[in-house]
Design a protein around this ligand. Structure first.
Ligand code: DQA
Length: 145
């Protein structure tokens, strides 16, 4: 089973129109398309993309993924910075979770410098635009061997 799940949190459905100077002009759909192509190239049998603006929906998805996915790439959006419920959900599952961000959060507002989920993720990739997702997939593929 080499099925990967890519989760995008609040406001990431608006990629392409949301603050393009920070997040780029690619739409959510095209970022997903490219990630799915990359996942296939890397040998994943399936790559599901899921986006929700709701914390609970994301947590439910993480719980379900523990049964049939080999790993998760997550851009939790602003939940990254304050959601202990999300942190606990990631800690609760045994599959590897990689945190990604499109922007370099460390060059931005102070509140974005801290992630409550980083300590329970395998690693963090940020600042590479849409390539943060493909770099995350690459890291997961290498990790799984
Ligand atoms: C983000 C960074 C977060 O601080 C922000 O709230 C987002 C997107 C990123 O991908 O750069 O929604 O996770």
């Amino acid at each position: 089973m080499k099925n990967v799940l890519i989760i995008n949190g609040p406001n990431l459905n608006l990629l392409g129109e949301r603050e393009p100077g920070i997040y780029g002009s690619d739409t959510y759909e095209s970022v997903c398309r490219e990630a799915v192509i990359k996942a296939k190239e890397l040998g994943f049998s399936d790559c599901e993309c899921f986006q929700s603006n709701h914390e609970g929906g994301i947590i439910d998805k993480i719980h379900a993924a523990r049964l049939d996915k080999c790993g998760i790439i997550i851009n939790a959006g602003a939940l990254t910075h304050y959601s202990y419920a999300l942190r606990d959900a990631i800690a609760a599952v045994k599959i590897p979770v990689i945190e990604v961000h499109i922007s370099n959060v460390h060059t931005r507002e102070e509140f974005r410098h801290h992630s409550v989920i980083s300590p329970v993720c395998r690693g963090v990739i940020c600042g590479f635009g849409k390539y943060s997702y493909t770099l995350g997939l690459q890291a997961l593929a290498d990790m799984l061997g």
